[in-house]
Design a protein around this ligand. Structure first.
Ligand code: XBP
Ligand code: MG
Length: 266
């Protein structure tokens, strides 16, 4: 089956693969960062990640990996807690608790256009998946508190956290998703917000649409199909940062299909 009847050079687009942090929602600065700091306070550890420091720490994906990176690269090695190896998973558990509590207050909404695009994709029969580095409980909390209790069931695969050993920028989380859905890369499109995200998706050959945020606006998105400031709404047009939106002012399924055709044409 092809998107254009009688034209065999196009693969049919079947699935939308969504990154979570930064793409579906601006979770990093006012969500994850705050939750890390609350966990440090709870454990009586004198670490504090301000907004700028956290931007540097985002070079490493995964909360446990990020704390290890901070301890290795940002701290005086003579002042590290002795029990760092066991402390990090404990801190991370506390951080996940603080993060999900924060989401349950409704403090962190979805980004513009995300809910609209998901609804349209569902109506038009596209298959959906989540491909993220964050902990599964965080995905459940975000989807539940923004889209409702049923939303987790809209996604055929929730590929998250430690489900693959090598996190983004490694392509493993995308390979896992494609294998589980029994789809090839050219039947999918990914939505990402960061250089680590697009390295991962494109590493698995999945074409990718990027919506930037304050932490990622200077990242390298050379391989993206389209780079936008946000997905946009009918009354809130996006700004195109790179690529051709073909006259569209917000990201809908027709634009996603066009980009997919353009980028998978042989
Ligand atoms: C998300 C991440 C995660 C979160 C923290 O990246 O890097 O580490 O910041 O989540 P992406 P955990 O958007 O590319 O998936 O603390 O649950 O690991
Ligand atoms: Mg992201």
């Amino acid at each position: 089956m092809n998107n254009s009847p009688g034209n065999s050079k196009y693969r049919k687009l079947r699935a939308f693969l969504f990154d979570v942090d930064g793409t579906m929602s601006d979770t990093e600065r006012d969500g994850h960062r705050v939750a890390f700091n609350r966990a440090f306070d709870e454990f009586g550890i004198d670490w504090h990640w301000d907004v700028d420091t956290y931007g540097k720490l985002l070079a490493v994906t995964g909360g446990k990996e990020r704390m290890k990176f901070y301890a290795d690269k940002f701290l005086d090695q003579d002042r590290l807690p002795d029990n760092l190896e066991t402390l990090i998973p404990e801190l991370h558990q506390a951080k996940t608790r603080h993060y999900t509590e924060l989401l349950s207050t409704g403090a962190i909404p979805l980004r513009p256009g995300v809910e609209r695009l998901i609804n349209e994709a569902r109506q038009r029969g596209f298959r959906l998946a989540i491909t993220t580095t964050t902990t599964p409980a965080n995905v459940t909390a975000l989807l539940t508190h923004t889209l409702g209790a049923d939303a987790i069931g809209w996604f055929e695969v929730i590929a998250a956290g430690d489900i693959v050993p090598a996190k983004k920028p490694a392509p493993d989380i995308y390979y896992y998703t494609l294998t589980t859905m029994k789809l090839s890369a050219d039947e999918c499109i990914a939505f990402e917000d960061s250089a680590n995200g697009i390295k991962s998706s494109k590493g698995a050959d999945v074409n990718t649409i990027v919506t930037i945020n304050d932490y990622t606006r200077d990242d390298d998105f050379d391989t993206a199909c389209l780079v936008l400031d946000q997905m946009g709404e009918p009354d809130r047009p996006f700004t195109v940062i790179k690529g051709n939106a073909d006259g569209h002012t917000y990201l809908d399924c027709d634009l996603v299909i066009k980009l997919h055709q353009q980028y998978t044409a042989s």
